[in-house]
Design a protein around this ligand. Structure first.
Ligand code: ADP
Length: 469
């Protein structure tokens, strides 16, 4: 059963159901028909007896009576009974017998020796293992009192009708069942055809390793349509992650290419001829600096890759963001880089649910950038405020600023607005600082943004919307 196709399974279930329903219909029809036919037989019995009762007449003086051919005359009570020729001796399976008050059979036949009853009801009797209905009617008026008409009819008198119904049903019902099963098989095939198409498309996509292909979405808005749509969304996500993976690998090799090329060039140059120890030291210093840069790149990338994989914030707890921001600001201010000073306007007691290590990393990235791209003797301004809707953390500098075009890209991985400058100096980052900050902001349910003007400075903000309860 397990290995059968869905179409065959559906058809099998459907067939079992149809056969059951057909059998039930047949039984029901048989029961109803039998009951209707039995009622009909009883009606016939009563009606024949009632009709025959009209055909019996008492004739006191037969000499004055004009004898009619076909009529029967029976002596009765010193007179005669006239049985009209319309008297149905045996009609529609009903046998009628006329009895006098002493129980003597005067006319007709009682083939099953049925007994007379006086309750004007139909009785059921068994004779020779067959069931019969009997009905007795007492005649009255015109000196007929005391006479009794007794009728009997076989329960299955109209069995031929029942047989015909059964015969017809035995042909029609199986034919209908076969027709329904064939129809079911055909319809199951039709309904499942879009699924076959979806499977074929999915197989094509996986076999051909082409994630940019999509499944053709069938018309309408039913489950199949949703299935195809879900598959397509899954392929989109897969394609996106593969693209990201590819981009990441290519970014890594790109970032490592420069220091590797510098080291190789430095080695080749130094090895060209015998050098003085000073020259060797100089050369090794260059190589050392490039190695440090490579180490930084690899470490930064690993940290970023680990962070980017996270779906939710690790070790989240209540944090006093005001205290944390003040501490980082103080540490950074102590560096006294290029005589840049830090001013703060940090509101107290701002609490968030967060990860303090990650928040310190975010703030440090922003302040480091403010130092890197700030002007000598410049100012860095740090602020933390909150209003009804959100908490806003700002890091503002009066440095080189960022042009409009670059502002859209600085949060992308490895993007550096001034590549020439940053690549030369191992003090400068590798273009992951802001993308890391962005991921951290997202993990805290917030987002990063920038406002900047070239030559005047930049303001980076981290906003966390407050949860509305
Ligand atoms: P990097 O390691 O190069 O600093 P980031 O992701 O931190 O990488 O920043 C990306 C780029 O955005 C930087 O290379 C720089 O061009 C620009 N940038 C970032 N912060 C500032 C700032 N405060 N002022 C001007 N430019 C900035």
């Amino acid at each position: 059963m397990r290995n059968l196709s869905v179409r065959t399974k559906i058809t099998l279930w459907f067939s079992v159901l149809i056969i059951l329903i057909t059998a039930m219909m047949f039984t029901l029809m048989l029961v109803v028909s039998t009951s209707v036919l039995h009622t009909d037989v009883q009606e016939t019995l009563k009606s024949v007896i009632e009709t025959n009762a009209q055909e019996i007449e008492f004739i006191a003086d037969i000499s004055t009576q004009e004898m009619e051919a076909g009529d029967h005359y029976i002596e009765y009570n010193n007179a005669y009974l006239e049985i009209d020729d319309d008297f149905l001796n045996e009609s529609s399976g009903v046998y009628t017998a006329l009895y006098d008050s002493d129980g003597n059979l005067l006319y007709g036949q009682n083939l099953i020796n049925a007994e007379i009853s006086h309750d004007a009801k139909i009785h059921k009797v068994t004779y020779n293992k067959e069931k019969y209905y009997t009905f007795s009617k007492a005649l009255s008026g015109d000196d007929l009192d005391g006479l009794i008409l007794l009728g009997a009819i076989n329960e299955n008198a109209n069995k031929t009708i029942l047989n015909r119904i059964v015969n017809i049903s035995l042909i029609v019902l199986p034919a209908l069942a076969v027709f329904a099963i064939a129809g079911g098989y055909f319809l199951a095939g039709r309904f499942l055809r879009p699924i076959r198409k979806i499977i074929d498309s999915a197989e094509n996509i996986t076999d051909g390793n082409d994630l940019s292909m999509r499944i053709e979405i069938p018309e309408g808005r039913d489950e199949l349509n949703k299935l195809a749509d879900t598959y397509n969304k899954m392929f989109s996500r897969l394609e996106h992650s593969f693209e990201e993976e590819k981009q990441f690998t290519s970014d890594i090799s790109h970032e490592l290419r420069t220091p590797v090329a510098t080291i190789l060039a430095q080695c080749e140059l130094t090895l060209e001829k015998e050098r003085t120890s000073d020259e060797y030291i100089k050369s090794l210093t260059v190589i050392n600096r490039q190695c440090m840069r490579m180490k930084n790149i690899v470490e930064e990338m690993l940290r970023y890759a680990r962070l980017e994989k996270l779906d939710s914030l690790p070790n989240a707890q209540e944090i006093n963001l005001s205290d944390l921001f003040n501490d980082v600001a103080e540490e950074q201010n102590a560096r006294r880089v290029r005589s840049i000073t830090i001013n703060t306007d940090i509101d107290n007691g701002i609490i968030i649910t967060g990860n303090s290590d990650l928040l310190v990393r975010l703030i440090n990235n922003l302040i480091s950038n403010a130092y890197r791209y700030g002007k000598d003797n410049g100012k860095i301004f740090l602020s933390l405020k909150q209003n009804e809707q959100e908490i806003i953390l700002l890091v503002k500098d009066d440095g080189i600023g960022i042009d409009k075009e670059a502002q859209d890209k600085i949060f992308n991985r490895f993007y550096q607005a001034d590549k020439a400058r940053t690549a030369k100096d191992s003090e400068f980052g590798i273009g992951l600082g802001l993308s890391t900050a962005s991921v951290i902001a997202r993990l805290h349910g917030g987002y990063m943004g920038v406002e900047s003007e070239t030559g005047k400075g930049s303001t980076f903000y981290f906003k966390i919307p407050k949860k509305t309860k």
